[in-house]
Design a protein. Structure first.
Length: 303
């Protein structure tokens, strides 16, 4: 029996873009618009822990290589499909070994911001991948999505604004606060002091570019290091120190940078030191364009 979520998706896809061509040797690979785009469709229910689980067949991914292609992730009660450009992760998958069944194991975390976890590679934000416009933009070859260039302080402003919209208290290092760009976002309040529980690691925590703390509490929910001109490795070392010094501290760790540094993040997070500490399993990579899309989505939705 056909999966109703996948069937409904395929129905809309064919109505919008015409006849679909199913590729050989796969039930999940399709071409649309006379071969302009290939789509790999994966579905999962939402399981405990707000996670959905997917297997990506190595043989299927090979049929995406060199083509304008997307991986579409579907789940129950989804308001908009998620379309992830395969080119964003092609280098990562090519460096990995699939499981014994020939699949790369992936999960999506549906908490504060959508994250794709790829086993043995780490977490990656896919907040900017929602919506049918993602596929429309790729089909219409002349349609170009232009993301403005932002500096370090502007990205900090966006991340702080997103956290404020979600109801968190915000920490930005003292020396960065007067650089935040209030022409981009409504001014938010920064905490004056860090909770006393972090005194033993205060000198490390207070230098993290942006912290989200649960409103009125001492619990850090997310940490963001914006690596605009500094090395990704330095941010990972700071996270690693925090992760080792305070094992009960379990926030979301995010390295934020330009998309061209995604492969560098993967190489660095794959170092033995980060694998042994466990940081490689909990730290994700967040692109500037995803921050910008996330900011616009939270500003429009109000949360």
């Amino acid at each position: 029996m056909a999966n109703p979520v996948k069937a409904a998706f395929l129905s809309r896809l064919s109505k919008q873009f015409g006849r679909l061509k199913q590729l050989p040797s796969s039930l999940s690979l399709f071409e649309i618009s006379s071969g302009q785009l290939r789509i790999y469709i994966r579905y999962s229910k939402i399981h405990s822990g707000h996670r959905s689980f997917y297997g990506l067949r190595q043989e299927d991914l090979k049929q995406l290589e060199g083509f304008n292609s997307l991986i579409c992730f579907l789940w129950d009660s989804q308001t908009e499909p998620v379309f992830v450009p395969f080119s964003d992760f092609e280098d990562i998958f090519s460096a990995l070994t699939p499981a014994s069944d020939g699949q790369f194991k992936c999960q999506i975390y549906h908490d504060d911001g959508l994250e794709l976890y790829i086993a043995n590679a780490g977490r990656f934000s896919i907040e900017g991948c929602y919506g049918w416009e993602k596929i429309e933009g790729l089909v219409e070859k002349n349609k170009i999505h232009i993301f403005p260039e932002f500096n370090h302080s502007q990205i900090q402003t966006f991340i702080g604004s997103i956290g404020t919209s979600k109801g968190y208290d915000i920490w930005v290092p003292d020396h960065d606060r007067n650089k935040l760009d209030w022409s981009l976002a409504e001014k938010f309040h920064c905490r004056e002091e860090l909770p006393s529980r972090y005194k033993p690691i205060d000198d490390v925590v207070r230098e993290v570019d942006v912290l989200w703390l649960r409103k009125g509490s001492s619990e850090i929910s997310a940490m963001f290091e914006v690596e605009h001109s500094t090395t990704i490795y330095s941010g990972l070392l700071r996270f690693n120190d925090l992760y080792l010094m305070e094992p009960k501290l379990k926030p979301k760790f995010s390295i934020v940078s330009d998309e061209i540094r995604r492969s560098l993040f993967h190489r660095q997070i794959s170092r033995p030191t980060f694998k042994m500490s466990g940081l490689g399993e909990v730290c994700n990579f967040l692109e500037y364009k995803d921050v910008y899309s996330w900011f616009n989505r939270t500003r429009g939705a109000g949360a």
